[in-house]
Design a protein. Sequence first.
Length: 682
Amino acid sequence: YINTDSKNIQIISRQFLRMKEACNENKKEESFGFFLKECRMKNAITLEQLSQGLCSASGLARIEAGTRTAGKALQDRLLCRLGISPDIYEHFLFEESYRQWKKRQQLLCAVTRRSAEEADRLLQEYRKEYEYGAKTNVDRRLEQQFCLSMEAQILRNKTDYSGARKDGAEQERLGDLFRKALVLTVDLGLFRHTIMQNQQKENDQEAPRGIDVLLYSVQEMDLLLEWIHYDRPQDWKRCYEVILYLAEDSRFDAVSRAKVYPKAVYYLYSDTLEGAALGVDEELDAITLCENAVQCLREAGRMYYLWELLGLMEGFAGDVVAAQHKAGRAWQARELKDQIREWQEWVAALRAVYGEFSVPLETRNSGWLYEEKEVYCLNETIRIRRKMLGLSRKQLGKNGSLCSEKTLKRLEEDGKKVQNEIIRGLMKGMGLSVELCRTELVTGEPEVSALMSKLRDCIRNRNTRETDRLIGQLREQVSLNIPSNRQALMRMQALNEMHKGSITEGQCIGCLKEALACTLPYEEAMKPGAKYLTNEEMNCIQNMVVWKKGMDEEKKEQIALLEGLYEACEKDGLIFCFINMYEIVMGTVASEWGNIGEYGRSDKISQNIIKECLYQRRTFGIHTEIYNIMWNDEQRQKKGIPSQTHRNPEMDLKHCIVFSKLGMEKHEEEFYAEKLRVWTEC
């Protein structure tokens, strides 16, 4: 029956148009190209600037319009040039590309942690298969750049690990490798021309001229730093200063800035000190710049070159204190002495914890710039998720209207590729994002990532009023028609209400289950079998475990589910690729095992987390796991259980305070300080 009344037809037409507009808006929000374009235009960056050395401007325009796909290497490089760290994204790759990703990460792990011989072997294997076999010009250049950078870092490691000093020929070879890598995507002539424009400035506060034409990713800026360090051009100090200016650009998120700014400061002053000592005024300026670099690290929760910077600061400050005493400015000397004492506490904590876990204190290479986090095999994800939901291939393929059972079988079992529109339909049918490169909130608004970063900090520090404000702001800025967006904000709201004390633990768990159901019913998530959960779905279940008092069968099942999610990456030695979530999820699991007396099992997980965080130069996760190990040891002593280790609770708590302070985690710092006060009084 069709009501042909003209008024009803108009109403139905308007409803249809609104539904169509909402659908189109969701497609835009979920489009990588749309997000890329919004970020580019917000920062007044031209197509030519962003694409320079990578692809043509017209090719980039097609990527933004969604009529051309970009491989993961190009996607990451474009994001990095816009100052966005891909670390916060979840990436889905077809099986062939996933295999390449896995081999690249294994090579990076070898460069960072294993013998140079093994790294050499893996590099040659990787080159043969991927650098020489790259299908497009941009892929080839990006692969060449990666391989040359790895070759240089392996060469440097051979002498750094042995303690031998590099001779002139080796220095020249390193400079040559870094320069060859650099010019594959960077116009070095343009960089030098910009430097020349900025020579002999009368006012040091004046912004460099012509700087707006330079647009580099953190990887490219790192290669520039290495080129300056090894080639040492005549104007090398000005080169470093221009890179520092570029790294301060507002487009860079906190993590991206932390990856390059501290290294630039360290290289500037370590190279300066090779030539001559600094005067007192110069040392004061150096301390300020080093403090800025350390603050940059703290805001990102990272420790790249932290050890080195603290060493520089302590040396400079010692000279300044001596000069102030000599000049009769004792009160100024006292202030700086207090600051030196704090730096020394940080140095002592770093030395003790890095030493305990046998991780090098020095930042010896830049492999972490090329590590690609949160990558999943698309073929495997679809197969696992479909079975989790109890869907047949026929049902997921919508009885052939989306794709045939045969097509889906080839995708799942043979690792084949299918058209993007089919993938989008399959992912949507399983409650997943239809974009294969996504962050926690699906949006085309560049500001949202920064707001989410602030929101996470507020929740960690129990700043409930600011959390409410940010959640309200995000609700206005993102589409709540997208289930994963509703899910994330519902979960954040539930946690904030718990922190305010306005709901009970049981009500909080109910809210978390409701949030999870936006994309995955709780019952389906808990069924036995292989699992794929998004980060946000994992967060929902992890939060349920945290807020459920005691231990029952349901909680044991939740813990088993969380543990099972990371079995494969632990077996493959790829924990570092999932460390963002691993430290949160498995940290909770470690705590729960300790609560039921499984101290050895708990300790092992905590030790894994600490070691991975130290290698990744992350402050988050270290202090919570030190505290967990300390707590487990205390419980053993209370119960008369023999322990292989005898920990010093006072030192452990002091280390916890330092690492929470380094990560600017005020709530945790206060918690440990109170524990230390009580322990000292007892």
